[in-house]
Design a protein around this ligand. Structure first.
Ligand SMILES: *Cc1c(COP(=O)(O)O)cnc(C)c1O
Length: 245
């Protein structure tokens, strides 16, 4: 059991960590609000997702206590036990990593949204797993803005067909699109490209308005280009320092 201060079973919780996370959360929320204001968008237009990879379940619990509603992980081996350890908290779990089909059954048991859908075979596997689990999984089509090498994602030209496939798959709900800005590229240009792909997806599927883009270092650019969800790790939880571009 864990006490209300968040002192974790792994010994990394406690009042100091809680204060640190509260300060980081306030700063990130401030950045989001400023970026929304600069873009002429309402302050609640953007959902903050905490990327808790490499961080203990006690951090997830502390963030939930601070009012955070959405968390993301990128490896099933780490996400599955963390989701189990924080079951019962009012959290939406996002899976944002490259996903092998042999992990799909596990991911479908705890994830609410899979943001890294990038190939037809994965759609088929997720659909079967969701049906088997009696769950509906939100899915975002991950777009490779770097031409498809490295970090996963579908080539932009393949996105419409993949979106259609998700939209027609039992047990799945098409939410929209997701991308990671390519390393070393201008994030604003990448996010503008994503915005065009998101608009096309929304034209084809009016309910699919989610645009998941922006991380610790580039959330302002993403919000300027219409991101509805930002995925923030280091600026919230520490680790390497946020790169301010
Ligand atoms: C780790 C990760 C993030 C968060 O990155 P930070 O730079 O730490 O904010 C966002 N999206 C994905 C897909 C990630 O793997």
């Amino acid at each position: 059991m864990t006490d209300a201060s968040g002192t974790g079973e792994d010994g990394t919780g406690g009042a100091d960590r809680g204060a640190e996370l509260a300060a980081n959360l306030a700063e990130v929320r401030g950045r989001i609000a400023a970026a929304c204001a600069a873009a002429g968008r309402p302050a609640d237009a953007v959902t903050l997702i905490a990327v808790t990879k490499t961080r203990p379940a006690s951090d997830v619990r502390l963030l939930a206590g601070l009012g955070l509603t959405d968390v993301a992980e990128n490896r099933d081996q780490e996400a599955a036990p963390k989701a189990a350890a924080t079951a019962g908290l009012p959290l939406t779990w996002h899976f944002v990593g490259q996903l092998q089909t042999n992990k799909v059954r596990s991911v479908a048991s705890y994830a609410d949204v899979v943001q890294s859908v990038d190939r037809p075979r994965l759609v088929t596997a997720l659909s079967a797993a969701a049906e088997r689990a009696g769950r509906t999984l939100g899915c975002l089509v991950q777009v490779a803005l770097d031409g498809g090498e490295g970090r996963g994602g579908a080539a932009p030209g393949d996105v419409p067909a993949l979106a259609d496939l998700v939209a027609g798959a039992p047990g799945l709900r098409l939410g929209g699109v997701m991308a990671v800005a390519p390393l070393g590229a201008d994030p604003a240009a990448a996010f503008e490209r994503l915005a065009e792909i998101a608009a096309r997806t929304r034209d084809d599927h009016p309910g699919a308005g989610t645009v998941s883009a922006g991380m610790s270092g580039d959330l302002e650019q993403a919000i300027a280009c219409g991101a509805t969800h930002v995925r923030v790790g280091t600026a919230l939880l520490g680790g390497r320092r946020a790169i301010v571009r």
